[in-house]
Each structure stands twice: as C-alpha cells, then as structure tokens.
Design a protein around this ligand. Structure first.
Ligand SMILES: Cc1cc2nc3c(=O)[nH]c(=O)nc-3n(C[C@H](O)[C@H](O)[C@H](O)COP(=O)(O)OP(=O)(O)OC[C@H]3O[C@@H](n4cnc5c(N)ncnc54)[C@H](O)[C@@H]3O)c2cc1C
Length: 377
C-alpha cells in the first residue's frame, strides 16, 4: 500500500461513505466511519433508487461516462453484497420509459434520443400507442416515448445497509451517532477528527457528508461548494401496481418497488437545510402521478418524505484531493445520482487513496476546480 498505512477516517455514512468504507476495508485498509446519526438514513434513504445514467443526462460528457460505468458495475457489486449479507437488494434492470405529452416535449425527447443513439445506446423510439402497449395504464395523452432497456433501479436502502455490513465484515469500524465537529490540522495535513468526546487519529480523511460536506470543509478552512437541494417524494399504494417499468414524464417519475408500492418523485427545491414535506409538494407529486397514470388518482399516499441532495455548482460530483491538504479527500456532490454513482465512488476513492494516483477519476470531478470560485450563497 503506497497510501496511508494507518486509519482512513470517513466522515458521513450515506451510500458514498459506506461504499468508501467497504472498498477500503476490502483492500485491507483500516477504515473508520463516523456517522452523525444512523448510516444510510439521509439522502440515501430518501432516494428512489433509480440507476438511470441515460435518462438523467442532458449531454454527453464525464457524467454520462461515469454513470454508464457505474451502471455496468452494479450487477457484480450486488452479487458480492448478496453473498456477503444474504438478503435481496432488488436490482431490476428491466428498462425505463420516458414519455412526452405534446410535440414540444416529444422534440426534446427526440434530441436526446438522437445523440444517445449516435453514441450506440440501444434506445427505442415509441409512438403513443406503443408506449401504452408497454404500459397499458399509461395516460391516453402520451404522444411518444423512449424506452431505455438497460436502466432500472435497486433498493437504495438495502444497498446502503449491505455496504455498511459488508464493510464491517471486512474490518471497517463504524461509529453511529458520532457527529464530526472539528479537525486537528498540522502543516497541510489532517491528523485527527473530533467526534463527540473522541479524537480519532488518522492518516487520511474522506469527506462524504452529503449535503453537509460544504459546512465540514469550511471547518477545515477549505471551499467545497456543496448545497442542499430538497427532494420530496410520496409512496402510493392501495391498488395492484399499475406500472411494470419506471415511467418518467416531464415533471417527475414513477418507480414501482418490489413490495407493490409506487414511489412518485421528486421535487427539486432550494430551501436550505429544511428537510420536511409540504402540502404543495405532495399535491404536486399526486398530480404528476395521475397525469402519467390516471388510475393513480385512486391510490393512497402511504407516506411522504423528503431528503437533501448534495448539489454542486456545476452538477458534477467532487471526488479526490481537497485543495490545501495532502491527506484530505472529498467524495460528495452527487446530486441526483448518488445511488448510481456511490458504489463507483467507493472504488475510485479506495484506488486513489491506496495508490496515490487519482488519474482514474475524471478531471471534471476534481474538487480543485472550485478553488478559484467564490463560495455559493
Ligand atoms: C427525493 C430524492 C430522490 C433521489 N433519487 C435518486 C435516484 O433515484 N437515483 C440516484 O442515483 N440518486 C437519487 N437521489 C440522490 C441520492 O440520494 C444522493 O445523491 C445520495 O444519497 C448522496 O449520498 P451521500 O452519501 O453523499 O449523502 P447522504 O446519504 O446524505 O449521507 C451523508 C451522511 O453524512 C452524515 N453527516 C452529515 N454531517 C455529519 C457530521 N458532521 N459528522 C458525521 N456524519 C455526518 C449524514 O448524517 C448522512 O448520513 C435522490 C435524492 C433525493 C432526495
């Protein structure tokens, strides 16, 4: 190991922190994870669990490339975690249908379809009637759609749980209710991380605190412009699941989950750290769901929740060395794609930390790109 020989302290136990702990421990490194509350219970728990690099991306580039790489790596990870933990992680890669209700929306879909087909992705263009053959309860107002057969979803909650358990089985030490307050710093190094009454000595530190990463970086005197972006979601049930695939409309999506419930999401709101649902948010999601599948008007809202996505100024994650430090690293800013990109981030961080070579991380994800930028309001 040419990287740190001692403890790597990971701050934050969402999917990203748990994946870092798992990949580091699997390679024999001493990983200590400090979690403010309970692992996996913030944005990671709130997510819809989609693995949708094509459906989520608006242009070619590093995000699409990383997303596709992450999607391709998922089945092996799931096999590994199932073998380690013995429970099902509900990986379903049976496709996503994205639909349009009018010609303008169809033209937008068509443009994305064209460049993604050009890159060789096996998308299918469908007229309205064919969309309804695929999803018979879809609104009669749908005029066209794109079916992306290789994308899908996973149980984000189970993946986070499995990563934490598998990390611990490989020797990672996970401290719950260990909120990090400050850092011991000397000569461009972090030598200790203070959580509760304990100072954890470290050879390296990884900031993976989701939407709170910017605040923690500020305590290290460095700029990491991560901001919270609230997403509200509802779980609809009380009827036989009316969709077989994930269905996206222009205003939101429906994700059928293994237990017969349909997740409908999600709002995208800049409201600081207020992590609660609103009547308007829930109403909007109900309307969006009913517009896609009218039968859902009769569904029961079993529960509603909200989470804070870790957003970044340019929509790209921040993975790699933190400017001003020789042993501090970021793994955050995954915004709408942290469930997809979290496990790959764990691999990139473990490889980078243990080899000292961060060349496998796309340059566009380097935290240093913000070094010259003013902090976000
Ligand atoms: C409604 C919604 C739907 C989404 N749907 C999808 C989807 O379908 N597919 C997808 O890929 N992504 C989706 N996302 C995005 C995804 O959830 C996030 O990108 C991802 O969970 C971020 O993971 P994380 O580990 O960085 O953050 P988190 O899961 O928020 O974890 C960060 C952890 O750090 C801890 N922490 C904070 N401060 C401290 C501290 N001082 N000390 C110690 N620990 C600390 C927190 O308690 C938390 O557990 C969705 C998000 C939302 C909100």
């Amino acid at each position: 190991m040419s990287g740190p020989g001692g403890d790597v302290v990971i701050v934050g136990g969402g999917i990203v922190g748990c994946a870092c702990a798992y990949e580091l421990a699997k390679r024999g490194a001493k990983a200590v994870l400090l979690e403010y509350g309970t692992t996996g219970m913030q944005a990671t728990n709130a997510a819809a669990g989609m693995l949708a690099p094509l459906t989520e991306t608006h242009e070619p580039g590093p995000m699409l490339e990383a997303g596709v790489r992450a999607l391709r790596a998922y089945p092996r990870l799931i096999d590994e975690l199932r073998a380690a933990c013995g429970f099902d992680l509900e990986l379903r890669l049976d496709g996503i249908l994205k639909v349009a209700f009018d010609d303008e929306q169809a033209a937008t879909l068509r443009r994305r379809y064209a460049w993604q087909r050009e890159l060789g992705f096996p998308l299918e263009w469908l007229d309205g009637a064919t969309c309804r053959e695929l999803e018979p309860r879809l609104s009669a107002d749908v005029v066209a759609g794109v079916f992306s057969p290789g994308e899908g979803s996973v149980s984000n909650q189970m993946v986070a749980l499995a990563l934490a358990r598998a990390a611990a089985a490989h020797g990672a030490v996970i401290h719950q209710h260990a909120g990090v307050r400050s850092f011991v710093r000397r000569d461009g190094r972090v030598t200790g991380v203070r959580a509760a009454d304990t100072t954890h000595a470290c050879d390296a530190v990884v900031l993976a605190a989701g939407a709170r990463s910017g605040q923690l970086a500020a305590r290290m005197g460095t700029d990491l412009p991560v901001r919270p972006v609230r997403g509200q979601m509802i779980a609809l049930g009380g009827m036989r699941t009316p969709v077989r695939h994930i269905v996206w409309g222009p205003d939101g999506y429906l994700v059928p989950r293994a237990n017969g419930i349909v997740f409908a999401g999600a709002t995208v709101e800049e409201v600081g750290f207020r992590r609660r649902t609103t009547a308007a948010g829930v109403r909007g999601l109900r309307a969006m769901a009913s517009a896609l599948v009218p039968q859902l008007r009769a569904a029961t809202v079993h529960f509603a929740w909200a989470g804070l996505r870790p957003g970044s100024a340019d929509g790209l994650p921040m993975i790699g060395p933190l400017p001003g430090y020789t042993n501090a690293f970021a793994a955050t800013g995954h915004f709408r794609n942290g469930i997809l990109l979290g496990p790959l981030t764990g691999v990139l961080v473990a490889d980078g930390l243990l080899s000292g070579d961060w060349g496998a991380v796309p340059a566009a994800f380097a935290p240093a790109r913000f070094a010259a930028m003013p902090a976000l309001a």
